[in-house]
Design a protein around this ligand. Structure first.
Ligand code: GTP
Ligand code: MG
Length: 210
């Protein structure tokens, strides 16, 4: 799958607000500071003009951002879908009022968006998954939303520590190998696998390519 074009298509800041409709959506979720904006920029190939802002103050993005993305599929057909950047969770320094707003906003989006073709959940490869990571995974499974897990910042671990940690993570996440992708926004490792994974999620989505 090749990325053709990406453009910002709006933001949603309150539960139940309408989202851009009629196209499949792939949402990206994860703890604040996990590397979500960096991954989205690397994935979409925005190295000079970034799409998602990499922030010095984690947890600032408390809205859902939509990027209309046009891709060329492996089949040679073109297709449009929305890349959806969900607000991060779990950052201790974020005010309680902001943290309290996360759940209704994200749960109403996840449970109320029939166009949602899948979620890519990011977990920092260096640390064990948090209880919030596991809760979100469980919630997605309950809703029956196809989910890929990406282990971020893979470049920060040496080879030996890395394979050990990756094995541990699979056990803790309770997921098979093929549902988990190691990724580095710094080196680009994992980008092709993730694009393939997203193409597979889109292939399972009900809307027709336009
Ligand atoms: P919020 O939107 O603030 O919740 O954070 P985020 O999840 O979007 O994370 P962001 O992409 O802003 O990255 C957080 C920090 O991690 C930044 O300092 C990034 O440069 C760094 N970072 C992100 N991805 C990688 C990676 O793959 N490798 C390395 N070495 N650093 C990374
Ligand atoms: Mg971000």
């Amino acid at each position: 799958m090749l990325i053709r074009t990406v453009e910002f298509a709006g933001a949603v800041a309150s539960p139940g607000a309408p989202t851009p409709g009629n196209l499949a959506q792939i949402a990206f979720a994860g703890r604040s500071n996990v590397g979500k904006s960096s991954l989205i920029n690397r994935l979409l190939g925005r190295t000079r003009t970034v799409v998602a802002r990499v922030s010095a103050t984690p947890g600032k993005t408390q809205e859902i951002n939509f990027y209309r993305t046009s891709v060329r599929l492996g089949s040679g057909d073109d297709r449009d879908f929305f890349v959806v950047d969900l607000p991060g969770y779990g950052f201790a320094r974020v005010p309680l009022s902001v943290r309290g707003a996360w759940r209704p906003l994200v749960e109403s989006y996840l449970s109320g968006t029939p166009e949602l073709a899948g979620v890519v959940q990011l977990v920092d490869m260096r640390h064990d998954p948090t209880s919030e990571d596991l809760q979100l995974l469980e919630y997605l499974a309950e809703l029956g939303i196809p989910t890929l897990v990406v282990l971020t910042k893979a470049d920060k671990l040496r080879a030996s520590a890395r394979s050990r940690q990756q094995e541990q993570m699979l056990i803790q996440l309770g997921l098979p190998d093929e549902q988990v992708i190691a990724f580095s926004a710094r080196t680009g490792e994992g980008r092709e696998s993730l694009l393939d994974g997203i193409e597979a999620l889109l292939a399972g989505a009900s809307d027709e390519p336009d």
